[in-house]
Design a protein around this ligand. Structure first.
Ligand code: FAD
Length: 429
């Protein structure tokens, strides 16, 4: 079915005062300006053209598995984005990217999300996009040279190991059971890591692992956790099995990984020992927002397909869309999409003001993960039987967006932490 590409509202200005409550501190910010700079608008147009001309025709490529595209297909996609000058737009220019700020990312990632394979081509998919962001923020020069540069070029992939099977870290990361024991057995001190991680996206085929482990000898005691960088082929890392999951787009799928006697030198510590939870938060606030950006593009695609169908398919003597029940679903889709975009742009803007935006990114995550789910679900309903077939991408995206209400913090946990801040500070007022 042909699908028209459509841009979000070109530009608008909101001159209201922006306010944010950050860690109990009420921050009065400068005026919000939601206009899209010309160079970002041009980049969006190029991304839309790339999606239309290079990606949509490849969506039926058989080199897609239940665990994402094969590595060969991923590299082909990356080559296309590189040729189009669209590779790793989120990474700093010195590392081979385009150096976009968060607001520009909101515009470009949404355009890429229209076809999820485009996010893989452009190297802005999870977890690599967030891992690159973390490396850029926290890594030292040598770590960036060794890992960030090849990641940004799309030559290699990475994974992030935090979650553990019960009774370990899940919605509550402080329940981390994986340990990193410092040992002086070797000439230089090193860490020995033991534990089990699961739901590790992209573990199969990744070259780099970012591992969260509890460093019990740290002065921070049980509160301490540290992030480590490790080669995935290091002795002591065992990918036990690939999980069969509802979603199927993410490259490498999701795996269970056993860490047994993994020995890492001091130089493998990302940032500082004992700061892992702080870095995890610094990674997550922008990371959950970029998920919102990408899946918003996918929701818009479903809405476009449903709108097309509602215009052309007839029932009871008129086009489906002329029936109020269907029209209302389109209207609700439109409002959900608009609300998501505003929530994303506002949180992105705060991040660009060097605010932590934990409150706003939490709210955006709940708003978007739930609204995007509703949009895709309504679109499927409008399509009737066609919606549950793979003749459109809607059924596929339906499977993809459901887990978004769980990863990067389940809705309930975000609501809970939002409520804590409201109780503490009165919220945004
Ligand atoms: C597709 C996908 C990809 C993922 N990729 C990665 C990855 O690459 N790396 C990684 O480390 N992890 C990854 N995860 C794991 C993800 O971060 C966890 O699933 C998430 O943090 C929730 O943890 P859990 O599954 O252990 O849920 P649990 O901690 O077992 O919680 C189960 C449910 O309990 C409820 N709940 C929990 N706390 C509260 C509360 N305070 N109030 C009310 N209700 C509550 C929520 O409904 C929650 O869904 C991924 C998960 C998915 C689904």
């Amino acid at each position: 079915m042909p699908v028209a590409m459509r841009c979000p509202a070109r530009a608008f200005r909101d001159m209201s005062r922006g306010r944010a409550v950050i860690a109990g501190r009420r921050v009065e910010s400068a005026n919000m300006d939601f206009s899209i700079p010309d160079e970002v608008a041009r980049l969006r147009e190029r991304t839309e053209r790339f999606v239309r001309d290079a990606i949509l025709p490849r969506e039926a490529d058989p080199r897609q598995t239940a665990h994402g595209p094969t590595e060969e297909f991923r590299l082909d996609l990356v080559a296309l984005a590189r040729r189009a000058g669209l590779l790793s737009p989120h990474v700093g220019r010195e590392w081979g990217g385009l150096g976009l700020d968060h607001r520009a990312k909101a515009v470009v990632f949404e355009a890429a999300g229209y076809a999820p394979l485009a996010t893989i081509a452009m190297n802005v998919f999870a977890p690599d996009e967030a891992n690159m962001h973390l490396l850029e923020q926290v890594g030292d020069g040598q770590q960036k040279e060794q890992w960030l540069r090849p990641l940004a070029s799309g030559a290699i992939r990475s994974c992030f190991m935090m979650t553990e099977p019960a009774p370990g870290a899940g919605a509550d990361p402080s329940m981390l059971l994986t340990t990193a024991r410092r040992t002086k057995a070797a000439a230089d001190s090193e860490f020995v890591i033991d534990g089990t991680k699961w739901l590790v996206t992209g573990a199969v085929g990744a070259r780099l692992a970012i591992i969260m482990a509890r460093t019990e000898d740290d002065r921070l005691g049980p509160a301490g956790a540290t992030m480590f960088l490790s080669r995935m082929d290091a002795p002591g890392i065992h990918v036990e099995r690939l999980l069969d999951t509802l979603d199927q787009y993410m490259t490498g799928g999701h795996a269970v990984v056993r860490l047994e006697g993994l020995r890492l030198p001091e130089s493998a510590v990302l940032g500082r020992v004992g700061e892992g939870f702080r870095y995890a938060q610094a990674r997550l606030a922008p990371a959950r927002l970029t998920h919102c950006m990408r899946w918003l593009g996918a929701a818009r695609r479903c809405h476009d397909i449903a709108t097309d169908y509602a215009r052309t398919r007839h029932a009871f003597g008129k086009p489906l869309g002329e029936h109020e029940g269907v029209g209302f679903m389109l209207a609700d889709n439109e409002m959900d999409i608009h609300t998501c975009r505003l929530a994303i742009w506002h949180a992105a803007w705060l991040l660009d003001q060097a605010e932590r935006a934990r409150h706003e990114s939490s709210m955006a995550k709940v708003i978007c993960s739930e609204a995007i789910w509703r949009v895709v679900d309504r679109s499927m309903q409008i399509l009737g039987g066609l919606g549950i077939t793979d003749d459109t991408i809607v059924a596929r995206l339906f499977r993809e967006v459901r887990p978004f209400r769980i990863y990067d913090g389940p809705s309930e946990v975000h609501r809970w932490s939002i409520a804590q801040r409201v109780l503490r500070t009165g919220g945004l007022g």
